[in-house]
Write a protein that binds this ligand. Structure first.
Ligand code: COA
Length: 445
């Protein structure tokens, strides 16, 4: 961070996310590689940080690299039938040992995180229990998969109790049957079942792939930063004609994301674990660093409400300070809130515009049109302008004026013509700020 101003801007930028995430339920799933990673301590500290910010966190871990090594050392081998492995008694024994070791390592890493800034002196308990009932997958292609199982039921009320106590729930890829047998599960199966049963707000997969949808020459394909459920389905079913490749792992997680979305999870994030702080960057920045799959469209246009004043202020205050927009304080926005329309992306206000009707005339003024800098040049300004025109027409407005210091071409390209102060309605003429010397435009609607 370069200056105090950067710090203040950064701090303000994350506050809406902190407010948004408090009390929400996230499920984070990762395989065993992350524990072997040299940045693992930072990752586990970030998990603690989320809990400290009020997120109800369920963590699901895998064991793949560790169990692969153990099986090799024991001169055993894993047999796969249609992509699913056969777990015999000898392999199950190794799985149990491995799960035990990994849990201890994770608990140690989570505890270590609590002794250092920013988590020093905080206490977060890690909850563990027989929350998962499993059943055997059974026979596939004539082969018994033995102790390879799938989730049958999750004890949601027990997990909810722990989360409500502020504890982090750590789940392993094991489940127990009603007759006391232990079954090996995949972490994805556990995570999807838990997330859908809890109706989690987010399900986050940490992948080993550098990122979803890199083009063949390695450049990130920005169109894959966000997908709706139907876009994700199309992407998976139509892979041949694309100018980018999806790794095998990405395809696997994309289909997990679809499954979770269908099961009722609102947002699924696929993030590369190879990026330092990837989870925080994905969750606390507009741009993110991964791919987010959502059940429906993330975009909403609506009339502003009094609770939106903070979000609007955050958007327009920097533009007011730069002289791009006329300054407006909280009080004024509160008074004029009914004039505002907002554009939301993923529950965050990223655009606004206001319409002021000069009563007794057929003239309206478009004011305070602003789009967050991360979302410019995507047609958001145009869409807000369209919504303002619709509102204006409903009010019987025939002419729209606008005052601007920095966007005159934007308006002339949309049919506005320049006029002078004398052409403004009398009430507006008296308020014209000769210091700002904004240009004035008008167009029929
Ligand atoms: C002006 C503003 C609302 C445009 O929103 P946007 O969502 O980025 O614009 P759109 O995506 O609808 O349109 C993009 C087009 O407008 C152009 N454009 C964007 N800002 C412009 C500006 N200030 N002046 C001229 N043209 C501009 C882009 O170059 C692009 O044109 P192109 O595709 O031909 O290159 C946005 O830049 C903004 O918030 N600016 C700061 C506040 C402001 O000046 N408000 C207007 C006064 S009320």
């Amino acid at each position: 961070m370069q200056s105090n101003n950067d710090f203040v801007a950064w701090f303000r930028s994350i506050v809406p996310y902190v407010n948004e995430f408090r009390g929400k339920t996230f499920v984070v799933v990762f395989d065993g590689e992350i524990i072997l990673d040299k940045c693992s301590a930072e990752f586990f500290r970030d998990l603690n940080l989320l809990v400290n910010l009020g997120v109800k966190l369920v963590v699901v871990h895998g064991i793949y690299p560790q169990i692969r090594t153990k099986i090799k050392e024991a001169n055993l081998y894993l047999k796969y039938i249609k992509g699913q492995c056969v777990t015999d008694a000898a392999i199950l024994k190794l799985i149990k040992e491995t799960v035990g070791q990994i849990r201890i390592e994770i608990e140690a890493l989570l505890s270590m995180g609590l002794s250092k800034p920013p988590m020093a002196n905080s206490t977060i308990c890690i909850a563990n229990g027989n929350y998962i009932t499993a059943r055997p997958i059974g026979i596939v292609n004539g082969v018994d998969l033995m102790f390879t199982g799938e989730v049958r039921k999750i004890d949601m009320s027990a997990i909810r109790d722990r989360l409500d106590q502020g504890e982090m729930v750590l789940l392993s890829p094991l489940g127990y049957s009603r007759i006391g047998e232990v079954f090996s599960l995949t972490p994805e199966n556990v995570a999807i079942e838990v997330a859908t049963s809890l109706k989690a707000d987010k399900l986050i997969f940490l992948m080993d792939t550098p990122n979803i949808g890199r083009k063949s020459h390695g450049e990130l394909n920005k169109s894959l930063n966000e997908l709706t459920l139907s876009e994700a389905r199309i992407l998976l079913s139509n892979l041949e004609n694309k100018d980018f490749r999806l790794s095998k792992e990405t395809k696997k997680y994309l289909s997990c994301a679809i499954q979770a979305c269908v099961g009722g999870v609102d947002r699924i994030h696929l993030i590369s674990r190879l990026i330092d702080g990837a989870m925080l960057q994905e969750l606390f920045t507009h741009k993110g660093v991964g791919c987010m799959i959502s059940r429906g469209s993330l975009w909403t246009f609506r009339s502003a409400e009094i609770d939106d004043v903070g979000g609007i202020l955050q958007l327009i205050e920097p533009l007011g300070n730069e002289g791009v927009l006329a300054g407006r304080d909280r009080k004024l926005i509160e008074i004029e809130i009914d004039q505002f329309l907002v554009l939301e992306h993923d529950n965050m206000i990223i655009g606004c515009a206001a319409l002021n009707h000069f009563l007794g005339t057929n003239i309206g003024e478009l004011t305070c049109l602003a789009i967050h800098s991360d979302y410019r040049n995507k047609g958001c300004g145009d869409s807000l302008f369209r919504h303002i025109k619709m509102r204006a027409k409903r009010l019987g407005i025939k002419k729209l004026i606008v005052l601007t210091t920095k966007a005159s071409h934007w308006f002339t390209e949309r049919g506005f013509n320049e006029i002078s102060v004398e052409d403004l309605p009398k009430i507006k003429q008296g308020k014209y700020n000769y210091k700002r010397r904004s240009k004035i435009f008008i167009r029929n609607i």
